[in-house]
Design a protein around this ligand. Structure first.
Ligand SMILES: Cc1cc2nc3c(=O)[nH]c(=O)nc-3n(C[C@H](O)[C@H](O)[C@H](O)COP(=O)(O)OP(=O)(O)OC[C@H]3O[C@@H](n4cnc5c(N)ncnc54)[C@H](O)[C@@H]3O)c2cc1C
Length: 367
C-alpha cells in the first residue's frame, strides 16, 4: 500500500501540532508542512515578554523545552516531517487533491499532492480604516517580524512615546512591554472600558493599576488618524480631537480568521469569517481538516459559532485534526468556553464563560 500523503499548511501552533500527531499515529505517512515565514512553531504568546525584556534570547520563542530550535532540520531529524519554510500555499485544487505552493525566495511554483490536507493558516490583524495607517512607526505585535522590530526599538532606546491602539489582551500586554522598555505609553480604547470581555468593575481595577504605573489610558476614544511628518509617524489623533505626539503606535484591535485560501478553494466559511468545521475539525470537504485561528468553533454555553483565537485551542484543535487526518474521524474537539487570561504588571486578569454578559465567572488575582 502506498504511504498516505498528508500536507499541512501553516507552521506555527496548530499546523505543527497536527503534523506531529499524524506522525505519531502513522510512521509511514509522507508528511509535509508548508510555512510562509522563515520560522516554525513560534511561541506568539511570548512576544510581549521578549519585547518587554523578560528574556533576551530570541531562540526561546522557537525552541523545545530542552533548548533545540524547531527548524526544518529539527522537524526532519526528530519527526521525519518535511518542513518547507518561506513557502506559501497559493491555491488548493480539491478535485485533483493538489496544493499549489510558491517558494518565496526563488519564486518558482510547484504542486504538492495530498490524500489528507490540514489548513492552519491562523489569523490576520485588524487595522482601523483611518488616514496614516501606513506610516513608518505604525505596527502590530502579531508576527516574529513585529516582535523583532519592537525588541530592536527597546534595545536602541530612541523612541520616547508610544500609543497602543486597543485595550484587549494583546494591547494590554504590549502596553506593559513598552512601559518596561522605558517608553512613555498611552493606551486608547474605543469602548468605555479596557478588556471588554470582563465585567466593568473588574476592568476598572485593571485600568487603575495601569494608571498607577504611569500608563496613560483613554477609553471611549477611537483613533481618527495617524499623523505623519513625511513618511514617519508623529502622533495619533483621537475621535475627541486630542492629539497624542508619539513615534510608535501599536495597533491591537483584534484579529480576523485567515480563511481566504480555504474560501478560494470553495470550502464553507461561516458568519465569523472562520472556516466551518465539525467536531472532528473536518471542513465541508471530508479530505480537508482545519484548525486554529482560521476556524470557527462552537461556544459551549451559547451553542453559537465563535472565532476564538487562542493558542491553547489552536494546539488542541491541531492535534484533533492531525489524528483525524490519519485515522478518519476518531478524535473530537468539543468546543470552547472562551477562557482568556493576561498579565498586567502585578495582576493577572482572567475570564471564562459566555461572550455576552453576565460572564459565567470573572476573576482577578495577584500574580
Ligand atoms: C502577542 C500575542 C500574544 C498572545 N498571547 C496569547 C496567550 O497568552 N494565550 C493564548 O492562548 N493565546 C495567545 N495568543 C494567540 C495565539 O498565539 C494564537 O491563537 C495561535 O498562535 C494560533 O495558532 P495558529 O497555528 O492557528 O495560527 P498562527 O500562529 O497565526 O500561525 C499560522 C501560520 O500560518 C502561516 N500561513 C498563513 N497562510 C499561509 C499560506 N497560505 N501558506 C503557508 N503558510 C501560511 C502564517 O505565516 C503563520 O505563521 C497570542 C497571540 C499574540 C500575537
Amino acid at each position: 500500500m502506498n504511504a498516505k500523503r498528508i500536507v499541512v499548511v501553516g507552521g506555527s501552533a496548530a499546523g505543527p501540532k497536527a503534523a506531529a500527531k499524524a506522525r505519531r499515529l502513522d510512521e509511514q505517512a509522507e508528511i509535509t508542512l508548508v510555512q510562509k515565514s522563515a520560522e516554525l512553531s513560534m511561541a506568539s504568546c511570548g512576544y510581549p515578554y521578549y519585547v518587554g525584556g523578560f528574556f533576551d534570547d530570541r531562540n526561546m520563542l522557537l525552541c523545545t523545552p530542552t533548548g533545540v530550535v524547531r527548524d526544518p532540520s529539527f522537524f526532519m531529524k526528530a519527526k521525519n516531517i518535511v518542513a518547507r519554510t518561506q513557502t506559501e500555499a497559493v491555491s488548493i485544487d480539491r478535485s485533483r487533491k493538489i496544493v499549489r505552493c510558491k517558494d518565496l525566495c526563488g519564486g518558482n511554483e510547484y504542486d504538492l499532492p495530498y490524500d489528507s490536507l490540514v489548513i492552519a493558516t491562523g489569523s490576520l490583524p485588524n487595522y482601523p480604516p483611518v488616514p496614516g495607517v501606513d506610516l513608518d512607526g505604525v505596527t502590530t505585535l502579531q508576527s516574529m517580524r513585529d516582535a523583532d522590530f519592537l525588541r530592536r526599538i527597546r534595545d536602541e532606546k530612541k523612541i520616547k512615546k508610544a500609543v497602543v491602539v486597543g485595550g484587549g489582551l494583546i494591547g494590554i500586554e504590549t502596553c506593559e512591554a513598552l512601559h518596561l522598555a522605558g517608553i512613555d505609553t498611552t493606551v486608547v480604547e474605543l469602548l468605555p472600558q479596557l478588556l471588554a470581555f470582563m465585567d466593568w468593575d473588574m476592568a476598572k481595577i485593571v485600568e487603575n493599576h495601569l494608571r498607577s504605573r504611569s500608563v496613560n489610558v483613554f477609553t471611549e476614544n477611537g483613533v481618527s488618524a495617524f499623523l505623519g511628518e513625511g513618511s514617519k509617524l508623529a502622533g495619533v489623533k483621537l475621535s475627541n480631537g486630542t492629539e497624542l505626539p508619539c513615534e510608535l503606535a501599536v495597533v491591537a484591535i483584534g484579529v480576523k480568521p485567515n480563511s481566504a485560501l480555504a474560501a478560494k478553494a470553495g470550502l464553507k466559511v461561516g458568519s465569523t469569517g472562520g472556516i466551518v468545521v465539525d467536531k472532528h475539525m473536518s471542513t465541508s470537504d471530508p479530505c480537508i481538516y482545519a484548525a486554529g485561528d482560521c476556524v470557527e468553533v462552537e461556544n459551549l454555553i451559547t451553542g453559537k459559532p465563535v472565532h476564538a483565537p487562542y493558542g491553547d485551542l489552536a494546539n488542541l484543535e491541531g492535534r484533533v485534526a492531525g489524528e483525524n487526518a490519519v485515522l478518519g474521524n476518531a478524535a473530537v474537539f468539543p468546543g470552547t468556553i472562551q477562557t482568556g487570561i493576561c498579565k498586567i504588571f502585578d495582576y493577572t486578569a482572567g475570564t471564562t464563560g459566555s461572550p455576552k454578559r453576565p460572564r459565567a465567572q470573572t476573576g482577578l488575582k495577584m500574580s
